[in-house]
Design a binder for this molecule. Structure first.
Ligand SMILES: *[C@@H]1O[C@H](CO)[C@@H](O)[C@H](O)[C@H]1NC(C)=O
Ligand SMILES: *[C@@H]1O[C@H](CO)[C@@H](O)[C@H](O)[C@H]1NC(C)=O
Ligand SMILES: *[C@@H]1O[C@H](CO)[C@@H](O)[C@H](O)[C@H]1NC(C)=O
Ligand SMILES: *[C@@H]1O[C@H](CO)[C@@H](O)[C@H](O)[C@H]1NC(C)=O
Ligand SMILES: *[C@@H]1O[C@H](CO)[C@@H](O)[C@H](O)[C@H]1NC(C)=O
Ligand SMILES: *[C@@H]1O[C@H](CO)[C@@H](O)[C@H](O)[C@H]1NC(C)=O
Ligand SMILES: *[C@@H]1O[C@H](CO)[C@@H](O)[C@H](O)[C@H]1NC(C)=O
Ligand SMILES: *[C@@H]1O[C@H](CO)[C@@H](O)[C@H](O)[C@H]1NC(C)=O
Ligand SMILES: *[C@@H]1O[C@H](CO)[C@@H](O)[C@H](O)[C@H]1NC(C)=O
Ligand SMILES: *[C@@H]1O[C@H](CO)[C@@H](O)[C@H](O)[C@H]1NC(C)=O
Ligand SMILES: *[C@@H]1O[C@H](CO)[C@@H](O)[C@H](O)[C@H]1NC(C)=O
Ligand SMILES: CC(=O)N[C@H]1CO[C@H](CO)[C@@H](O)[C@@H]1O
Length: 640
């Protein structure tokens, strides 16, 4: 799919018809930059030639962690140790003295717990429910470090992964200097996270973005056109990623100069002050239009883009994406390129299913002439290819020729991280090299008729891991029952632990704490298709997400935080030969799936709010809307 030339007509029409405000005042721009990741792209959105470092970038094998990650982990471990001590200062595990335990084993950090958090896809629903969980896990949230709460889990974590809607959450946090959810929930006009303005209309005038809808479209069109003019393939995902940036990044002009790799160059990240962010996307095989369970799963970490899968089994320096690698190295006649990894393009890549939202421009209150021009452009796009991000040049061109289905492709097609049904980004966290002990898997998928999760994402990851000599490539994952069992046994109505008994695993694998979206004080099963939320709806769903993670501040189970503590410590206890405290035995009998199944077809799944709905802000999904939209042919949305 090429957008070649298509944008010039839009840009021209818009700039001609409007006295659009001129470019941002440079002084205001530099002031607006304080406190974020780095605006280090050489030329805005346009990938640009730069001189190569003395040691030219190469693709490396996925056999090990990158040297960057290995050295960063050493720094991070000290930070997670002190954060865990703080966490267990208010999270009591019976009368077991966790602080002394951690101190006793501090000299051998591989004995200490290694925590991952994964935030699923599912559009704005996943963004908001995931945000509620992250808010609950964050020690900086008011009252989160009091009894019955889980503040400090985020600070204790080594990894935080997100895909699709979950990647918007990661982008919002990391590109904005690891900001808090509370700060993203401001009520000021023009601030970030103003979901009352649909992404189709663009940001409110005023505030950091200072744009009206027409200049919003003009700016997006110009950015994407410039990339095209520089000789790079563009797709609808480029437009989508730019649009997302205006909503997620607190920087003027949609943070056009912010790269994803700049996270790795941010001082607080270098100092190990927060977890390693991992964004997941899928590969679409050449000649295939459906992304199957054996598709390649990519990760974007702050240093690299690539995959652990046996297909490619390699990683390329993220900062140098856009350079013409051949067989894993950069030929001497080729130059280095920077600026391809625009932060918005990365989260846009992870959420390509949603670029279809752009097709709903007619539902907005935009002036008809803006709609007409945009419709005109969209109609010229090749619809069949709509949902890809074009990684052209393919950084893995002629790399691992024998195993890679992509080796002969000059372009790599990358799609939404949930398209292979693994809608919770567990893949980077189950890589044996990372030695993760426990994953908090926050699932906001819309699996059931009324948009609640039913374990489909975990089933997909489990099934993939069974092909251990093939696509699973040595990853192990706890046994997961079928979705009917999830619903019949209520495993999707409260947190459930999988893989408690490590001797029943096919290899080293984390304990998975499944945290499904469930109604407490709001009906948080909002439709994947709803594009705008006022602040009340937004805050209600975030609060509900907080309650999902804390089981309503432990009012649903007074032992909940102790049980979270037990899940964190379980694998560490095994390594150090520590007897399980009796509270943990009790927790595991309550929360661990014990192998029971009931695969009969359930009658339906329609939970009501456990605490009663506090406000009418967050309405439940209307099935009629769902059918109408499905009938209109975007059935893929049902998956996320
Ligand atoms: C980012 O946030 C940290 C922690 O709040 C703060 O110390 C630091 O100064 C901020 N960085 C910038 C560049 O503002
Ligand atoms: C990652 O490691 C490479 C090689 O050791 C080094 O050149 C590069 O600067 C590192 N990247 C960052 C962002 O620290
Ligand atoms: C971690 O902490 C230990 C003990 O305080 C210290 O000796 C070590 O240098 C620290 N390591 C890093 C990488 O900061
Ligand atoms: C924190 O707890 C105090 C005391 O219970 C309460 O008054 C206050 O509203 C709480 N703040 C938040 C943000 O929940
Ligand atoms: C994925 O599976 C399909 C059918 O099961 C097969 O045709 C295809 O070649 C497989 N792709 C890879 C990369 O293994
Ligand atoms: C570099 O050399 C290769 C092989 O001769 C050629 O295909 C490619 O176009 C050259 N690249 C540039 C930038 O000239
Ligand atoms: C918007 O509505 C017009 C007029 O009904 C129609 O021609 C056009 O195809 C629609 N655009 C989109 C993107 O659906
Ligand atoms: C579970 O979700 C899948 C879609 O992810 C759906 O096809 C299936 O019918 C659902 N089953 C139950 C029991 O909810
Ligand atoms: C296992 O994965 C390989 C590709 O890695 C694929 O060809 C094969 O069909 C898969 N087997 C099953 C049972 O899914
Ligand atoms: C133990 O492993 C077997 C074989 O993989 C599996 O069928 C069973 O469900 C597992 N039990 C639990 C509790 O995970
Ligand atoms: C927010 O939206 C909900 C649902 O549409 C509506 O009931 C509520 O009145 C709105 N609240 C505000 C403050 O606009
Ligand atoms: C554990 C395992 O099977 N690793 C394999 C992953 O894929 C690469 C590339 O095919 C193999 O070299 C590894 O042995």
């Amino acid at each position: 799919m090429k957008v070649a030339g298509l944008f010039s007509s839009l840009a021209l029409a818009l700039s001609g018809a409007l006295a659009a405000p001129s470019a941002i005042d440079p002084e205001e721009f530099s002031l607006a930059l304080a406190g974020r990741a780095l605006p280090n792209a050489p030329d805005g959105y346009t990938p640009t030639n730069v001189s190569c470092p003395a040691s030219r970038p190469t693709v490396r094998s996925a056999a090990k962690l990158s040297p960057n990650e290995t050295s960063w982990l050493e720094t991070r471990r000290n930070k997670t140790l002190s954060a865990m001590k703080d966490f267990f200062g208010h999270v009591k595990v019976g009368d077991f003295d966790v602080t002394s335990y951690l101190d006793k084993h501090a000299s051998n950090s591989s004995n200490l717990p290694n925590i991952g958090i994964a935030v699923s896809g599912g559009g704005y629903r996943a963004l908001m429910n995931g945000a509620g969980a992250i808010k609950a896990f964050d020690s900086r949230t008011n009252n989160a470090t009091t009894s019955g709460h889980l503040g400090g889990l985020l600070q204790s974590a080594t990894y935080l992964s997100g895909l699709s809607g979950g990647s918007w959450l990661l982008g919002s946090i990391y590109i904005n200097n690891f900001t808090t959810i509370s700060s993203l929930q401001t009520h000021t006009d023009g601030a970030v996270w103003q979901f009352g303005n649909s992404i189709l209309e663009g940001p409110d005038t005023g505030g950091v973005q200072i744009l009206d809808s027409a200049s919003y479209y003009k700016d997006i069109a110009t950015a994407v056109e410039d990339k095209k003019d520089a000789g790079f393939d563009t797709s609808i995902t480029d437009i989508w990623g730019r649009a997302l940036s205006y909503q997620m990044f607190n920087a003027s002009n949609g943070g056009i100069q912010y790269t994803w790799s700049s996270i790795g160059e941010t001082q607080d990240f270098i100092d190990g002050n927060y977890p390693l962010p991992l964004v997941v996307a899928d590969g679409r095989n050449p000649g295939e239009s459906v992304v199957g369970s054996n598709s390649t799963v990519y990760e974007f970490n702050p240093w690299e883009f690539g995959t652990w899968d046996p297909t490619i089994y390699g990683f390329v320096p993220l900062k140098y994406l856009g350079s013409r690698f051949v067989g894993g190295s950069l030929p001497s006649n080729e130059t280095c390129v920077n600026g391809f990894d625009s932060a918005g393009f990365i989260i846009g890549t992870s959420s390509t299913l949603f670029n279809q939202f752009l097709l709903q421009i007619n539902t907005t209150s935009l002036p008809t002439w803006v709609k007409n021009i945009f419709t005109d452009i969209l109609e010229k796009l090749d619809k069949a290819d709509d949902d890809i991000a074009a990684y052209d040049p393919n950084p893995f061109y002629h790399y691992n020729n024998d195993s890679s289905p992509y080796a002969a492709q000059t372009e790599l097609d990358v799609v939404d991280g949930g398209e292979d049904l693994q809608n919770v980004p567990l893949h980077p966290l189950i890589q044996p090299e990372r030695h993760v002990d426990v994953i908090f898997a926050v699932d906001s998928s819309a699996d059931t008729t009324y948009s609640w999760p039913n374990g489909t994402a975990l089933v997909a990851t489990y099934e993939r891991s069974l092909n251990s000599t093939g696509i699973g490539n040595g990853t192990a994952f706890p046994a997961i029952p079928d979705q009917n069992t999830f619903v019949n046994l209520g495993l999707n109505t409260r947190p459930t632990f999988f893989g408690c008994n490590s001797s029943n695993l096919t290899g080293p694998a984390p304990l998975v704490v499944y945290v499904p979206n469930y109604p407490y004080s709001a009906m948080s099963n909002v439709s994947t298709f709803t594009l705008s939320y006022n602040d009340t709806q937004r805050d209600d769903i975030i609060l509900n997400g907080y309650e999902v993670a804390t089981m309503a501040n432990s009012t649903r189970d007074g032992n909940w935080t102790a049980c979270v503590g037990c899940a964190i410590l379980a694998r560490s206890f095994e390594r150090t030969g520590t007897t399980l405290p009796s509270i943990c035995t009790q927790c595991f009998s309550n929360y661990c799936w014990n192998g029971t199944t009931n695969s009969t077809t359930p009658t339906g799944f329609e939970p009501t709010a456990l605490l009663g709905v506090k406000s009418s802000g967050a309405g439940a999904l209307m099935p009629t809307l769902l059918s109408a939209i499905l009938a209109s042919g975007v059935a893929l949305f049902a998956l996320v």
